[in-house]
Design a protein around this ligand. Structure first.
Ligand code: JBU
Ligand code: MG
Length: 383
């Protein structure tokens, strides 16, 4: 079998799907994208495609090494996202050829179902209680929200109090009948992270995500020393080689590689194993579409330390497109009571992509950009 063609489709709300064709008619799908830089990743996909077209798709490990090491300059969000989508499609093909779900090819399941969580509150945490009540009615009991709005490098008590008050309100309304993670989303500086984690300690969030920017990873152990709240990070790290330092330095209790940013299934299975060696939980990041989510779940089903899976159904980014829109076998991603995903039964990634809809929606897609926030003094604020 040989790969014959790679086609990319940018689709609403802000995703990109990759279709990989072979000379024996087996097709694989992937989801390469950097949110806000879809066209850049699209170009990278078609450059990396030179390593794959005409080659045997079954040799995923060799193709992965060639795409990664075949470039003198390597890694980073764009290339590792492009590589991720190609890798996902290769695994989809391999599963279809061998008539097995990808998790079977990775040694089989360690669990019977996988716990997921959903977003509430939007860019600026609001209406959280109402949204939690609505999701609770649909069986979800674990959530994530932004922990704060813009935060100055040395923030006022008012800003800190506003962040803490939201969390106090949640615990007041739900007690410990629900769990929630707080995403600092890189908005919080190292000095303020220590202030906030201390103030939030009494409300016991399940985790605090990106307590500081990935560029400030050396602060993770220092912040962890100041709190018992588990710290989570990983969505903006793109290979084993970046996660290595984070695990060695300590401080992160939950690793969150993104299956569409960190090199795909081949790389994230290795990252999951590295995390397990350090007794660190795995909670793959996934604010994206159905193929990305499926790739995450296959890694979850074979990783003993997988604990929570992000999924984007209802997330505030999904304007103009939802996770199940492009999926014909929608039950494959049905989340049962408590937000549990079931093992896929179909071969490959287990997603039957509605290609006609993908093509149709790709004709009307707008370029999504993340907002550029500014502080009251006019300086750029982390979004
Ligand atoms: O889902 C998360 O944890 C996020 O931090 C959302 C962020 O990743 C946006 O997707 C960036 O565009
Ligand atoms: Mg996040």
């Amino acid at each position: 079998m040989k790969v014959t063609k790679i086609t990319t489709y940018r689709v609403p709300p802000r995703w990109m799907f990759l279709k990989m064709e072979t000379d024996e008619g087996v097709v694989g799908w992937g989801e390469p994208v950097v949110e806000g830089r879809a066209r850049t990743v699209e170009a990278a996909v078609h450059e990396l495609a030179e390593f794959v077209i005409g080659k045997d798709p079954s040799r995923i490990n060799d193709l992965w090494q060639a795409m990664y090491r075949g470039g003198f300059y390597r890694g980073g969000a764009v290339f590792m996202s492009a590589l991720a989508g190609i890798d996902q499609a290769l695994w989809d093909i391999k599963g279809k050829v061998l008539n097995a779900p990808v998790y079977e090819l990775l040694g089989g399941r360690v669990r019977d179902r996988m716990k997921t969580y959903c977003w509430v509150g939007g860019d600026r945490p609001a209406d959280i209680i109402a949204q939690m009540k609505e999701r609770l009615a649909h069986g979800f009991d674990t959530f994530k929200m932004n922990g704060c709005e813009e935060m100055a490098i040395i923030a006022s008590s008012k800003q800190v109090d506003a962040a803490v008050a939201k969390v106090a309100e949640i615990r007041e309304a739900f007690g410990n009948s629900i769990e929630f993670g707080l995403d600092f989303h890189g908005r919080v500086s190292a000095p303020m992270a220590k202030v906030l984690v201390k103030e939030l300690e009494p409300y016991r969030p399940l985790f605090i995500e990106e307590p500081v920017l990935a560029e400030q990873a050396e602060h993770y152990p220092r912040i962890a020393a100041a709190t018992s709240i588990p710290l989570a990070a990983g969505e903006r790290m793109y290979s084993r080689f970046e996660f290595k330092g984070v695990l060695e330095r300590g401080g992160i209790s939950i690793l969150q590689p993104d299956l569409s940013h960190a090199g795909g299934i081949t790389e994230c299975v290795k990252i999951a194993a590295m995390a397990e060696a350090y007794d660190v939980a795995l909670a793959p990041h996934c604010p994206l579409g159905p193929i990305a989510l499926a790739a995450c779940l296959h890694v979850d089903f074979v990783s003993w330390n997988a604990t929570l899976q992000e999924q984007s159904m209802g997330i505030h980014y999904n304007k103009g497109g939802e996770v199940l829109d492009y999926v014909r076998n929608k039950d494959a991603l049905k989340l049962d009571d408590g937000g549990y995903a079931q093992p896929f039964t179909a071969p490959g990634l287990g997603i039957d992509v509605d290609e006609a809809l993908v093509i149709e929606r790709s004709r009307e897609v707008q370029d999504w950009r993340n907002p550029l926030w500014r502080h009251p003094d006019g300086s750029v604020a982390e979004w």
